[in-house]
Structures are given as C-alpha cells and as structure tokens.
Design a protein around this ligand. Structure first.
Ligand SMILES: [Zn+2]
Length: 222
C-alpha cells in the first residue's frame, strides 16, 4: 500500500450539488487536512441553495470544518433536484470555479451516485479539472448506491465525532431525515476505517491518477 501524504497541500477544491454534500462526503477529511496544513486555501463551490436558509447552514458548517484556514465558499442558486435540466448552467458554474483556483486535489460527488444532481456534477468535474487529482466522495442515503472506494483518508476519533456533531448542529433543515444522524455518519466512517485498518476513515472513488514524475504537461479545455 502506498501512502499519499495529505500534509503538504497548498490548495484544495471541494464541490457539492447541495448544501451539506461537502460536509457529509468530505467533512472529516477537511478537518484533518486543515489541521495538517494551516496555510491551505479551501475553495468550495455549492451549486444550489443561494439566498435560502440552506446557504446560511452551509456557511456555518464549512467555517466550522475549516477553522483558521483560508476558506473561499461560493453558493450558487441553481434549482435543487433539477440540475440535469440545467446542464449548461452547471457547466458554466464549474468553469468559472475552475478559473478561480488551481487546487492540488479536487473532491466532488462520485459518478455512481444515484441522485441525478450528484451524478451530473460528478460527470462534469473532470471536464473542467482536466489535469487534477480528483476524488469522488460518498453520500449515504436511502438509495443503495455506495461505491467500492479506492482511496481512504484515515480520520482521528476527534474529527469523526466533530463531523457528526457539526452535521447535527449546522443543518437543522436536514435533521428530520431518518438517515441524517450520528449513528449513520459514524457508522460509515467506522466501516471505511475497518477497510483501511484505522478506527475511522472517509473513503473516495478515484477518477484518475498518474504515477511517476511528469516531464511535460499538455491540456485541452472544453
Ligand atoms: Zn446532495
């Protein structure tokens, strides 16, 4: 097993279709990464929720998950649950976000997610972040769509519990869902921990990785 050390990151991009996706999928990893990289810049894009209570929830949650790091959050106002009907607008938001940052690593939804908004965002991220290490996070929900992850980020017990606590505190609009509770969030992190020989972990699908030292780069856009 090769360890990729996340302690030397300068910039991370996190992308979600909805307010709470980032916190659920990669929240504990943000706590760990921020702790190891106090000078990091976290660029965050959420495609729906602008101007609603959910935007306030998201701002509070990400501020708590990224304490004392440079957090740059954009919440757009595309229609929740209807993103496939707004393909061009999603693509334009992602393109603008791409121009605003040059991250070492990108976290977004995973391609096998059954929610249509998550899936579209997952499909479009690599069309904008073409030369980037890109991971897909998982969102536990009623649909049986959890992936077999390829990449694990071990999480300390403190960070795992802090993530569950912040989800409960910061998203009062979501706590009524029967899957939105500490047991579910800690349970999935515990399972991913078992799979990487740690107490807790968050796990990710891998979009693409290049091994070895690159001698030249060439990219196209579109
Ligand atoms: Zn979502």
């Amino acid at each position: 097993m090769i360890e990729l050390n996340p302690s030397r990151l300068r910039s991370v991009a996190v992308i979600g279709a909805h307010c709470d996706d980032i916190a659920i999928g990669v929240g504990a990893s943000l706590l760990e990464i921020g702790r190891s990289n106090p000078d990091i810049v976290v660029h965050a894009l959420v495609l729906t929720g602008a101007g609603t209570d959910r935007e306030i929830e998201e701002k509070n949650a990400l501020a708590a998950l990224c304490p004392s790091v440079d957090l740059r959050l954009t919440v757009a106002g595309l229609p929740d649950s209807r993103l496939p009907c707004h393909w061009d607008a999603v693509k334009c938001e992602l393109a603008g976000f791409r121009r605003s940052c040059e991250p070492d690593v990108v976290f977004g939804p995973q391609r096998g997610d059954f929610h249509q908004d998550h899936r579209l965002v997952a499909e479009l991220i690599p069309t904008e972040f073409r030369d980037h290490l890109s991971f897909g996070y998982e969102i536990l929900k009623w649909e049986s769509d959890l992936p077999n992850p390829a990449v694990y980020l071990p999480i300390s017990e403190d960070s795992a519990r802090r993530k569950a606590e912040l989800l409960a505190q910061c998203y009062p609009s979501q706590t009524g869902h029967d899957w939105f509770d500490d047991e579910a969030f800690l349970g999935l992190m515990r399972i991913r921990g078992v799979q990487c020989r740690n107490r807790y972990a968050e796990a990710f699908t891998l979009e693409k990785a290049v091994l070895g030292a690159a001698t030249s780069t060439h990219s196209t856009n579109g």
